[in-house]
Design a protein around this ligand. Structure first.
Ligand code: COA
Ligand code: AMP
Length: 635
């Protein structure tokens, strides 16, 4: 009898050790683990403490060894350049061995960090797998972040090398990476000895210009020409594979640490049981390698599964139109598509009747998965009607690395409910808690917490900072991991995720910190204090909206201030912040202890019923703000 979701979920809760040791058989180990969980340092846990493996062997060598070297591993499709290129498993392995040799030649070894600032090109995948091959820890920084954000990550990760490219291509402009990297190196305290640059046609490539910037600048191809291919290094399952920085409530990004063995096991399990993707299948994950969705479901999981992954350099709309995804599905015979709800909303806005679909053969498509932000019911219904395949919402975070809640299509397709990512994934114990940590009744909204230990593949800690990990996630509800999201579970056990409980916002599926934006606004000489809130946006999910109080005597026109503040956020955080809205106000609503009432402001701006805490310092401030805050009010 085939396994059912409920039986599998129960098995994962009843005896997690046996469940995950069994799941570990999907992975090729140098030394198979005999123990599942090391809880000696709880609340910090380690999975498969005595197992050893190499991630690049699992992603590449094992498929080649099994006679599948000629199967397609990676399809690169650049809509912005009109380019397509296919790599077999054998070809991708050869590239990875060579670049691993380049890194070894530069003295990069096991445990060293390598920061990557790369566009969506095959070399991003090659560089990540090359690090995995030699046990170096990669940290990919999304190209839409500004030099200051890159510098903050360089100082936290203290890399032995940076891998970058000459530039990226946005539909409206070319993005020169080298000046940004040079600026970041100037801002960072840590000295990076080596910068490896992948040359892209059409970009300036004069590395001499940067020489002497406290680092050696090298051309990827020149080093690769002389590199000795590098073999795989045996790593402990508990060794870090990567650090991925994500936004917290403060300006300082959090370096989520992913282990090697637990991640390999969890991803392999998820491909089979959630996404239903295996050898011979093609998966297109339209995200970016700079985000967790890209790490897990563009790079590692499809290759672990022996499938074909499509690396798409382009947008859902405008490159050239809202039929871009459908073209990709037809051209590359895509079985499973994974994207963010924002992308679907953008397609729907441009092509409300999905008329462009008629021009393509999308019959290979079995399912559409979406994650990164809440999938609103309208978009869900629209996509399901247009495509005629299951549209599967899955909820997770950078920290967890793979879904916490999903419809486990590969295991058993469950009935779907609009607005719900369905049910907890085996391995995760999801609980809804009130502010005191007590469970709330069924159907009532509360804090979504995960009972410890978390399953394999989830974060081990924050880079170099166990205390911050414990403080940020494990202290609020003892014995639990606090997700920072709120939601409820209905009578059928379906989870509904409603939004963040903290000051993190989600703009176009990109997770951003309003605290970081406030820090930038507050640095302007005319600004006395400020608040940034995330306001509901019909396309982007949320958009940041800034409210500033001027310093006494500040003499600047509101329009001028707005222009300067927008430019400042773009320069210091990056275009990805998409910060465009600023309003000057007389005062910000606060509690008597001085805490700005961002939640109340957000409720008003979203046109929702709002609550004003009894601890408010001066209720008239809210009254004065109402016309500005209300939807359609103000600027
Ligand atoms: N490098 C440099 N700049 C980047 C960038 C990158 N990798 N990615 C985005 N940007 C820039 C854009 O060029 C834009 O700059 P602009 O202000 O000069 O126009 C800005 O950041 C905002 O970009 P974006 O968020 O892409 O908004 P948009 O209005 O250009 O496009 C969508 C809207 C919906 C098409 C787009 O947001 C999208 O594709 N969303 C899906 C996101 C996604 O897949 N997220 C993954 C999470 S799973
Ligand atoms: P990130 O770490 O960038 O993946 O962002 C994680 C956050 O995005 C989560 O904590 C949620 O707030 C939100 N999120 C991601 N996926 C979903 C989803 N399917 N439904 C609702 N919110 C989501």
């Amino acid at each position: 009898m085939p396994a059912t979701y409920h039986a599998t979920y129960e098995a994962s809760r009843r005896d997690p050790a046996s469940f995950w040791l069994e799941a570990a058989a999907r992975v090729a180990w140098d030394r198979p683990p005999r123990r599942a969980l090391d809880d000696a340092h709880a609340p910090l846990y380690r999975w498969f403490p005595d197992g050893t493996l190499n991630m690049s062997v699992n992603a590449l060598d094992r498929h080649v060894a099994a006679g599948r070297g000629g199967a397609t591993a990676l399809v690169y499709d650049s809509a912005v350049l009109g380019l397509r290129r296919t790599y077999t498993y054998a070809e991708l392995l050869a590239e990875v061995e060579t670049f691993a040799g380049v890194l070894v030649g530069l003295g990069v070894g096991k445990g060293d960090r390598v920061v990557m600032y790369l566009p969506m090109v095959p070399r991003a995948v090659v560089a990540m797998l090359a690090c995995a091959r030699i046990g170096a820890v990669h940290s990919v920084v999304f190209g839409g972040f500004a030099p200051r954000e890159l510098a903050a990550r360089i100082d936290d990760a203290t890399p032995a090398a940076i891998v970058t490219a000459t530039g990226g291509i946005e539909p409206s402009r070319r993005v020169e990476y080298l000046p940004a990297v040079a600026e970041a190196l100037g801002l960072a305290a840590h000295q990076v000895p080596h910068i490896v640059v992948a040359h892209r046609g059409g970009f300036a490539h004069d590395l001499e210009e940067y020489a002497g910037n406290r680092a050696g600048w090298h051309d990827w191809d020149t080093l690769a020409a002389d590199a000795e291919p590098a073999g795989p290094v045996e790593c402990a399952a508990t060794d870090p594979l990567y650090i991925l920085y994500t936004s917290g409530t403060t300006g300082a990004p959090k370096g989520v640490v992913r282990d090697t063995g637990g991640y390999a096991v969890a991803l392999a399990w998820s491909m089979e049981n959630i996404y239903g993707v295996g050898p011979g299948d093609t998966m297109l994950t339209a995200s970016d390698v700079g985000w967790v969705v890209g790490h897990s479901y563009i790079v590692y999981a499809p290759l672990l599964a022996g499938a074909t992954t499509v690396l798409y350099e382009g947008k859902p709309v405008g490159t050239p139109d809202a039929g871009a995804f459908w073209r990709l599905v037809q051209e590359h015979r895509v079985d499973v598509l994974f994207t963010a709800p924002t992308a679907l909303r953008a397609i729907r806005k441009a092509d409300p009747e999905a008329a462009l679909l008629a021009g393509y053969d999308t019959s290979t498509l079995r399912a559409l998965f979406v994650a990164g932000e809440r999938l609103d019911p309208e978009t869900y219904h629209w996509a399901e009607r247009a495509l005629g395949v299951p549209v599967v919402d899955n909820w997770w975070q950078t920290e967890t690395g793979w879904p916490i809640a999903a419809n486990p299509l590969g295991l058993q397709e469950l009935p779907r409910k609009a607005g719900s990512p369905t049910v907890p994934v085996p391995g995760y114990a999801v609980e809804i808690l009130d502010a005191l940590g007590d469970p709330v009744p069924v159907g009532e909204e509360g804090n979504i917490a995960l009972r410890l230990p978390l399953p394999p593949g989830t974060l081990a800690t924050l880079w170099g900072n166990d205390a911050r990990y414990i403080d940020s996630y494990l202290t609020q509800f003892p014995g639990h991991y606090a997700t920072g999201d709120s939601g409820y579970v209905d009578a059928d056990g379906y989870l509904f995720v409603m939004g963040r409980t903290d000051d993190v916002i989600n703009v176009s599926g990109h997770r951003l910190s309003t605290g970081a934006m406030e820090q930038v606004l507050g640095s302007h000489p005319a600004v006395a204090e400020c608040a940034v809130i995330g306001v509901a946006d019909s396309l982007k999910g949320q958009r940041p909206s800034g409210y500033v109080v001027l310093k006494h005597g500040a003499d600047i026109a509101e329009e001028q201030l707005r222009t300067e503040l927008v430019a400042l956020v773009r320069a210091q955080i990056g275009p990805v912040a998409d910060f465009r809205e600023v309003r000057v106000v007389e005062a910000l609503p606060k509690t008597r202890s001085g805490k700005i009432l961002r939640k109340t402001m957000r409720q008003i701006a979203d046109g929702k019923e709002y609550s004003v805490p009894s601890t408010i310092e001066d209720a008239s401030v809210i009254e004065a703000l109402l016309p500005l805050l209300r939807p359609g009010g103000g600027a």
